[in-house]
Write a protein that binds this ligand. Structure first.
Ligand code: IPM
Ligand code: MG
Length: 359
């Protein structure tokens, strides 16, 4: 049975890195006889340029009916001055929200080959394997009311609303507990319950769920402390679960432990495991078009897509193994380059993964 993969390259380095991931998918598609069929659409600034909006109804429809979505990255200075309602990021947020992709998995794994590329000491990060479960369709990203208004005294005020209802917390909590059960059975819930009521409720719901997962050891941590602990002693963590904004921030922080955010894939899934896959990094407009971006986060996102949404484990493993092989060979894009390794371009990195797959 064929499966439809909808590809949204996006902006900045997005098209460059997605091209490499597509090369890799083409190879496993043939080799494992996966029956993948691809279609491509526009998201973010590239969609604004063509349709005037960051996600057209046509592309939203295609995303809805696809079996899985692979996304590059969105945004860039070219569209920064636009009205807030049609900024590139709105397209991505709309996709997440319309498709109910509430569960965002962001693994931070340190490849042993890259221990020297991390800005932290090798002994602090070696063997690192943590997973951030980020709530993706609620919290302050989507809370209403929001806006910028003019007060009676003529001064302007920006405001957002941080809110979570119990069912939103419960469904991400259950996902996190179930995920922890499959790993080392430690779950740390991150909140700011010393200040924010929305996260007092968050903590209460996590505590209420805990007895249903007696094999999982639940702990709680305030987000400021979690940020500090992530750079002080990251290996104390296994699975972290947190809200939308804290997850955004902590996942960038966790990414750097692994040497480069260019290595970090992610999965965003609905309750049935259908989802969108994208690197955690942004569109990196400063290096776009130069052919030097690291395509590995996107290639690894494609592997996650095969595993989580398409049930194609063997192909996913083959891709992950191939990535590890090219790192063994000493090939590095600029972001993970260290003395004694070989610097390669985006396309050379993609080609090397393809070659490792075929070997
Ligand atoms: C991410 C990104 C997005 C987010 C932006 C591009 C809207 O930073 O996926 O982490 O804030 O969620
Ligand atoms: Mg982010």
């Amino acid at each position: 049975m064929s499966k439809n993969v909808f590809i949204l390259p996006g902006d900045g380095i997005g098209p460059e890195i997605v091209t490499e991931a597509k090369k890799v998918l083409d190879v496993v598609n043939a080799r494992f006889d996966l029956g993948l069929q691809f279609d491509e659409g526009l998201l973010g600034g590239s969609a604004i340029d063509v349709h005037g909006v960051p996600l057209s109804d046509g592309d939203l429809g295609k995303a809805r009916s696809a079996d899985a979505i692979l996304m590059g990255s969105v945004g860039g200075p070219k569209w920064d001055q636009l009205d807030r309602a049609i900024r590139p990021e709105k397209g991505l947020l709309k996709l997440r929200s319309e498709l109910d992709l509430f569960s965002n998995l962001r693994p931070a794994i340190l490849y042993p080959q890259l221990a020297d590329a991390s800005s932290l000491k090798p002994e602090v990060v070696s063997g690192l394997d943590i997973l951030i479960v980020r709530e993706l369709t609620g919290g302050i990203y989507f809370g209403e009311p929001r806006g910028i208004r003019t007060l009676e005294n003529g001064e302007r005020e920006g405001y957002n609303t941080y809110k979570y209802n119990e069912s939103e917390i419960e469904r991400i909590g259950r996902n996190a507990f179930a995920t922890a059960q499959k790993r080392s059975k430690k779950l740390c819930s991150v909140d700011k319950a010393n200040v924010l009521e929305a996260t007092v409720l968050w903590r209460e719901v996590m505590d209420r769920l805990a007895p249903e997962y007696p094999d999982v050891e639940l702990s709680h941590m305030y987000v400021d402390n979690a940020a500090m602990q992530l750079v002080r002693a990251p290996k104390q963590f296994d699975v972290l679960v947190t809200g939308n904004m804290f997850g955004d921030i902590l996942s960038d922080c966790a990414a750097m432990l692994t040497g480069s955010i260019g290595m970090l894939p992610s999965a965003s899934m609905d309750k049935n495991g259908r989802g969108m896959y994208e690197p955690c990094h942004g569109s990196a407009p400063d290096i776009a078009g130069q052919g030097i971006a690291n395509p590995l986060a996107t290639i690894l996102s494609a592997a996650m897509m095969l595993r989580y949404s398409l049930d194609m484990n063997a192909a996913a493993e083959a891709i992950e193994l191939a990535v590890s092989k090219v790192l063994d060979q000493g090939l590095r894009t600029a972001d993970i380059y260290t003395a004694g390794t070989e610097k390669v371009s985006t396309a050379q990195m993609g080609d090397a993964v393809v070659e490792a797959l075929s070997a």
